[in-house]
Ligand binder design. Structure first.
Ligand code: HEM
Length: 494
C-alpha cells in the first residue's frame, strides 16, 4: 500500500513538475544577458546601443530580452525576428512607448510619431498621404522642391567663388526645411546664411536626440522631477522654440483666410480646409503638431542621409564620377535635373541604398510597444513590452550581405532588394503600419539633392580623403559624428 502511494505521488509530482516546466518554457521571454539587480542591463548598453545590442545578439540569439531598470525590452536582430514583429504581429506590436522627453511637447498626445495607432493616428497618416505623399501630390509639388534647390545652388556657387567651405549636411538641412515650408506655407523658413541654418538645425537635432536618448528618467520614473540628464529641459526648450515658429505661421494664415485676400492654395490651406470639416479628429492643434513633427522627422533625416551619401562619394571618387555620368544623360535629355527622372537612375539609386544600408538613418527604428500579449515561436511577450528592431545590425550582417563593411553600390544593381519594407534584411524606413509615411517623399528629396550636389560641383576636402572621420553619433537619427565640410567648386560643364 505504502509503495503504491509512493509511486502515485511520484507520478503526480512528475506531472506537476513537467507541466510547470512546460508552462514556464511556453511563457518565457526570449533569452538575454543576466542583469544586475535594480538597473538590469543598463551598463551593457552604453552610448552606442545599436552596436552593444548587436554584440549581445551574437551571444544570445536573434531575439533577446534586456532589462533597462524596470523596462523589459525585446530586441530583434535578424530578418526573421524582425518579420515576426513587423509583419506577423504588426497590429499587436504597433504601439509606442512615450519617452518622458516627448511630454515636453505641449501637444504630445497629438504627435503622429508617438500616439498609439488609434483613429486620430489613422486620420493624421491619411491626411499626410492625401496632401503630401500621394503619387499625384509628389508630382504636382515637384516644381516647388526644384525651385528651392535652384536657390541653394546659387548660394553654393557664391561660396565656391569665394573659395569658402560649406557644411554639406547644413546645406541639405536648409534645402529640406525650405522645401517643406514652401510646400506647406508658401514661404522659406531659413536663409542660406550659416548662422540662420545652424540655429534651426541645432534645435531640430536636439529634438531628435532627446526623443531617441536612453534616458535614466524613463527607466526610473521616480527620477523624472529631477531630470538628471537634463533631457526634459532640453526637449522643452527645443519644442517650445519650434512650436512658436509654427504657431506664428499658422495663426498668420488663419487671419489671412479671414480677410478678402486671395488664397495661397498650398498644403496649409488644404489642412485648414480639412480641419474645418473634421474638427473633432483633426483640429488646428493637430495641424500645428503635425507641422512640427514633419519638420523634425523630415529635415534631420534628409540632412543626415545626404551627409553620409556625400561622404561615401567623396571617399570613392570613381563612384562619384560614375554617378555624375549617369546624371549627365538626363540633363542632355531634358535640359535639367528633373526630380522624377532621378528616381530612374539605377546607379544613383544603388548609391543611395548602399549608403542607407551602411548608415541606417534610425538604427533601432523608433521604439514599438506591445499592445497585447504576443507569441513568437515558444516565447510569450507580455503586453507593454518595448520592442526594438536593430536594422543597423541586420544591414551589416555577413549572413545576408557579401563583404558587408565595404561600400559597393553595385550589389544593388544585381538584386531586387529595396527599402520599401518587404525585404527584412534592409529596413531603413521600417515596415508594417508604423513604417515611415514620408518614404516616397524622402526618396525624391534625397535623390534630387545628391544628384544636384554631384552634378554641379567638385568638392574639395580640407584634409586627405583617408583622414575622413566616418564615426557615428547615436540618436533617433544616426548622425555622422563630425560634419562633412568641403569647398564647392562649380563643375565646368554645368
Ligand atoms: C532619409 C529620410 C528618412 C528616413 C531614413 C526615415 C526613417 C523613419 C523610420 C525608421 C521611422 C520609424 C519606423 C518604425 O518605427 O517602424 C520613421 C517614422 C516617421 N517618419 Fe520618417 N524617415 C525619413 C524621412 C521622413 C520624411 C521626409 C518625413 C516627412 C513626411 C517623415 C515622417 C515620418 C513620420 C511622421 C514618422 C512616424 C510614423 C508613425 O509613427 O506612425 N520621415 N521614419
Amino acid at each position: 500500500m505504502e509503495i503504491m502511494f509512493l509511486i502515485l505521488t511520484s507520478i503526480i509530482s512528475f506531472l506537476f513538475l513537467f507541466h510547470g516546466f512546460d508552462l514556464y518554457r511556453k511563457r518565457r521571454l526570449p533569452p538575454g544577458p543576466m542583469g544586475l539587480p535594480f538597473i538590469g542591463n543598463l551598463l551593457e548598453i552604453g552610448p552606442k546601443p545599436h552596436e552593444s545590442l548587436a554584440k549581445l545578439s551574437q551571444k544570445h540569439g536573434p531575439l533577446i530580452t534586456i532589462k533597462l531598470g524596470s523596462i523589459t525590452t525585446v530586441v530583434a536582430s535578424t530578418p526573421d525576428a524582425a518579420r515576426e514583429i513587423l509583419l506577423s504581429n504588426d497590429v499587436a506590436c504597433s504601439g509606442r512607448p512615450v519617452p518622458n522627453a516627448v511630454t515636453a511637447l505641449k501637444h504630445h498626445d497629438k504627435a503622429v510619431l508617438w500616439i498609439p495607432p488609434n483613429e486620430t493616428w489613422q486620420t493624421i497618416r491619411k491626411v499626410l498621404k492625401m496632401y503630401l505623399t500621394s503619387q499625384h501630390k509628389l508630382d504636382t509639388l515637384q516644381h516647388v522642391r526644384e525651385d528651392v534647390l535652384e536657390d541653394v545652388l546659387i548660394s553654393l556657387r557664391e561660396s565656391g567663388s569665394k573659395k569658402a567651405a560649406v557644411d554639406i549636411g547644413s546645406m541639405a538641412f536648409a534645402v529640406s526645411l525650405n522645401q517643406f515650408s514652401k510646400t506647406f506655407c508658401s514661404r522659406n523658413m531659413t536663409s542660406y546664411e550659416d548662422d540662420d541654418i545652424r540655429g534651426f538645425q541645432a534645435v531640430v537635432e536636439t529634438a531628435m536626440e532627446v526623443q531617441g536618448k536612453f534616458n535614466i528618467a524613463d527607466i526610473f520614473p521616480v527620477l523624472r522631477p529631477l531630470d538628471p540628464q537634463n533631457v526634459w529641459r532640453r526637449a522643452k526648450a527645443a519644442f517650445v522654440w519650434l512650436e512658436e515658429k509654427i504657431e506664428d505661421f499658422v495663426n498668420e494664415r488663419i487671419k489671412h483666410r479671414d480677410s478678402e485676400l486671395p488664397r495661397f492654395d498650398d498644403v496649409l490651406d488644404s489642412l485648414l480646409d480639412y480641419s474645418q470639416h473634421n474638427e473633432a479628429d483633426f483640429s488646428v492643434k493637430h495641424i500645428k503638431t503635425l507641422l512640427v513633427d514633419v519638420l523634425v522627422a523630415g529635415t534631420d533625416t534628409i540632412a543626415s542621409a545626404t551627409t553620409w551619401t556625400m561622404s561615401e562619394l567623396l571617399l570613392n571618387p570613381h563612384i562619384f564620377s560614375r554617378v555624375r555620368e549617369e546624371i549627365n544623360q538626363i540633363v542632355k535629355e531634358v535640359g535639367k535635373i528633373e526630380e522624377a527622372k532621378t528616381l530612374h537612375l539605377p546607379y544613383l539609386q544603388a548609391v543611395i541604398k548602399e549608403t542607407m544600408r551602411l548608415h541606417a538613418g534610425s538604427p533601432l527604428l523608433a521604439p514599438h510597444i506591445t499592445q497585447t500579449q504576443v507569441k513568437i515561436g515558444t516565447y510569450v511577450i507580455p503586453k507593454g513590452t518595448q520592442m526594438l528592431v536593430n536594422v543597423w545590425a541586420m544591414s551589416r550582417d555577413p549572413r545576408y550581405w557579401e563583404n558587408p563593411m565595404l561600400f559597393m553600390p553595385e550589389r544593388f544593381l544585381k538584386t531586387k532588394v529595396d527599402f520599401k519594407g518587404q525585404h527584412y534584411e534592409f529596413l531603413p524606413f521600417g515596415s508594417g503600419r508604423r513604417k515611415c509615411p514620408g518614404m516616397p517623399l524622402a526618396e525624391r528629396m534625397l535623390s534630387l539633392i545628391v544628384a544636384s550636389f554631384v552634378y554641379h560641383f567638385d568638392w574639395e576636402l580640407p584634409y586627405a580623403r583617408e583622414e575622413m572621420d566616418m564615426n557615428d553619433k547615436y540618436g533617433l537619427t544616426l548622425l555622422k559624428a563630425t560634419p562633412l565640410v568641403a569647398t564647392p567648386k562649380p563643375y565646368p560643364s554645368s
